[in-house]
Design a protein around this ligand. Structure first.
Ligand code: ATP
Length: 331
């Protein structure tokens, strides 16, 4: 059994709906085990700057339904300097922190791994990112909410696309992965989905997109046509892609970038449950001695996964849905 008296938690990287629910679960579980909890503010910045607060149950009252994170999140370039992780570990020791829980994405877990080289305590990650690009868990906290947020926008864009008989390209977040675009595109009935996993797209192979559009218009008389595009899928982004398509097919193509809207909002039930489960599981596993692992969920079960492997991109986007989408896109 790990002998943990004082635990720290922070949220890092892009914020994700459900991070608050996770902080709440960590605090309530830890307090039930007589463990004190402090929260560092603004991701790793609060750790390096010693900006933190002791968390009490009243701090997590009424937050399970709130988007964002009460601890605030941020990127922290100082952590990527050679002395950043050294300083972070020294501060954790100085503050008598026995274990640190990092809620974030694979970048945040790289930072956590970097601290481990200098820290005597335990480190555990909990996957919180709308991108779902973390190995060792079927979904990340925030992903389910982001799908619904994107879907709400896609459904509305579909109405105006239909009324004006235009082609709309909707850009979704995802960093360098297409989980969100595939999921929201499928659920929104998108005619095409473009994401990095489908191979390189540039001006030289635009025909792979144009041919299905022409096919759809000539043979089916489609009045609206919606393409969901993951960010970083085309040089210059979705606006450049819309311009290139307009030039190539002579029909107005409009780009719509959803941007940070996708990060906000009240977490859906699935994210609140996942966040609660993984936050509580992380604390329980720390007490069992877990270290340098991530608390994920696979096939409905809470599982540990090596933190060092979370960013290997071994988790494929759903091959069944990819195949199906590519089949119907070509008809
Ligand atoms: P999301 O993808 O949802 O934005 P993320 O956790 O992957 O989440 P990143 O911006 O990649 O987001 O990383 C968050 C922070 O983790 C960085 O700002 C930095 O402080 C830290 N970090 C990332 N990579 C490293 C590294 N190699 N060494 C030390 N710290 C790192």
């Amino acid at each position: 059994m790990g002998n943990i008296k004082r635990l720290a938690v922070l949220t890092s990287g892009g914020d994700a709906p459900g991070m608050n629910a996770c902080i709440r679960a960590v605090l309530l579980t830890a307090n039930a085990c007589n463990i004190d909890v402090i929260g560092f503010k603004h991701g790793f910045n609060g750790l390096l700057e010693q900006e933190f607060q002791t968390l009490h149950p009243h701090h997590v009252d009424n937050i399970i339904q709130r988007g964002g994170t009460i601890l605030k999140s941020a990127r922290c370039p100082a952590m990527e300097q050679p002395d950043g992780p050294v300083k972070a570990a020294a501060i954790l020791d100085q503050l008598n922190i026995d274990a640190l829980i990092v809620i974030g994405g694979d970048g945040s877990f790289r930072g956590t791994m970097a601290i481990s080289k200098h820290y005597r305590g335990q480190l555990i990650g909990v996957p919180g990112t709308i991108d779902n690009d973390v190995d060792g868990t079927d979904t990340t906290i925030g992903f389910a909410t982001a799908i619904d947020t994107a879907l709400d926008a896609i459904d509305k864009i579909r109405d105006t696309a239909d009324a004006f008989e235009r082609i709309f390209l909707v850009e979704l977040m995802g960093r360098h992965s297409g989980y969100l675009s595939l999921a929201a595109g499928i659920a929104g009935g998108a005619e095409q989905i473009i994401c990095p996993e489908f191979g390189k797209l540039d001006a030289d192979n635009l025909n792979t997109i144009i041919t299905p559009i022409k096919h759809a218009q000539l043979l089916k008389g489609k009045t609206s046509y919606l393409i969901v595009v993951a960010e970083h899928s085309y040089p210059g982004g979705v606006t450049a892609l819309a311009e290139a398509l307009t030039m190539a097919i002579g029909i107005e193509c409009r780009a719509c970038i959803l941007g940070h809207i996708q990060r906000g909002g009240s977490p859906v039930g699935a994210d609140r449950i996942l966040a609660t489960k993984l936050g509580a599981f992380a604390v329980e596993q720390l007490l069992q001695g877990a270290n340098l692992v991530m608390a994920g969920e696979v096939d409905g079960e809470a599982r540990l996964y090596p933190l060092a492997k979370t960013g290997e991109r071994a988790k494929a986007i759903d091959p069944f849905l990819v195949r199906w989408q590519q089949q119907i896109g070509s008809f």
